[in-house]
Design a protein around this ligand. Structure first.
Ligand SMILES: [Mg+2]
Length: 335
């Protein structure tokens, strides 16, 4: 990338701009899903200076300050997109929670932020004064954000869902454990290539679905909390699982997961009932309209705590799944 400046070269870059008599503007952000608000604010920023450098937050820093599920787009791609904008003269990577270390190297005349707060409140204002710089805040014209874009996409997806399900599709919910129940048990499973369905699981889930039950996965993922694998690894395994299930017409409505280790003593890790509680609340079913299916005492323990019926997959085979599906079918027939 022609206008990418390595974080180690920022001081030299700043010197070069100043030697050329250019007024440097600096700004930073995640720029995850680029929208009109970003473009507008970067154009306004560029109009205030002669050369604009944008520090794009690293994937690691976004996970830390925003959410372990962000960013949507990896840093190489976000740098590429921001760097291609006409208003942007240079891009660099921001791998800190705050931009001050980069600002101190570049020594820009202007530190530009988009938003509504007062420039004097910025922590960096004092540092900038050391070389005669100042902070300015730009009012963004568009009411858009990455979060809003994601929420809108999710909303549209949620509205598309009912069309793909039979009309009777909201009688209850089956809350199903993942490891050892839907997919074959592999200790700390984190590679999509190792995902293998338990025989009979897909057919049984399709049967539950045809009874009018929504399906959700409820899974303990202590490996995340222990640092054995990342949230991204977990998502990749889910993606492989959902793809295999989709081949049998099975649609999982939501995945609930606990990322904590045993030592965290959270309320969500099964046999804790927090995840099941959330699922019932979000889907709007009472305990009597739900079933838990799992392969361990943690699954049945969580179910018991809420008065939800539970079915045990004792062996990872079709006979166990058939028995569970038949029992659920018999119970639903009594509704
Ligand atoms: Mg299990």
């Amino acid at each position: 990338m022609a206008n990418y400046v390595d974080p180690g070269e920022l001081a030299a870059w700043g010197d070069k701009q100043r030697a050329a008599g250019l007024r440097i503007g600096f700004t930073c952000g995640a720029f995850d899903l680029l929208h009109a608000g970003h473009v507008d604010y970067l154009e306004q920023a560029r109009a205030l200076c002669d050369t604009l450098i944008v520090a794009v937050n690293s994937d690691a820093s976004i996970r830390q300050y925003k959410s372990p599920l962000r960013p949507v787009n990896p840093q190489e791609q976000r740098l590429r997109v921001v760097g291609a904008l006409r208003s942007v003269d240079a891009v660099t990577l921001l791998d800190h929670p705050r931009p001050l270390p980069l600002i101190e190297q570049i020594k820009p005349q202007l530190y530009i932020k988009g938003g509504d707060y007062a420039a004097s409140n910025l922590r960096s204002a004092k540092a900038l004064a050391a070389w005669g710089g100042q902070a300015v805040v730009i009012k963004v014209q568009f009411d858009s954000s990455t979060t809003r874009t994601i929420e809108r996409a999710a909303l549209l997806a949620a509205h598309a869902e009912p069309e793909k399900l039979p009309a009777s599709a909201a009688r209850g919910i089956a809350l199903i454990d993942r490891d050892g129940t839907i997919v074959r048990s592999v200790p700390f499973l984190h590679e999509a290539s190792r995902v293998e369905l338990v025989p009979g699981a897909a057919a049984a889930l399709a049967r539950l679905q045809s009874l009018g039950l929504r399906l959700a996965i409820v899974t303990n993922q202590q490996g995340i909390g222990l640092g054995y694998f990342s949230t991204d690894d977990f998502i990749a395994v889910n993606q492989a699982t959902l793809k295999l299930l989709a081949a049998s017409g099975v649609r999982i409505s939501k995945i609930y997961y606990c990322p904590h280790s045993l030592a965290d003593q959270c309320a969500c890790r099964k046999p804790g009932a927090r995840m099941l509680e959330r699922a019932l609340a979000e889907f709007g079913f009472p305990p009597g309209r739900a079933f838990v299916v799992g392969d361990s005492a943690a699954d049945s323990g969580a179910a018991q705590a809420l008065g939800v019926a539970s079915l045990q997959i004792d062996e990872p085979d079709a006979a166990s799944w058939d028995a569970a599906a038949a029992a659920i079918e018999a119970a639903v027939a009594q509704w």
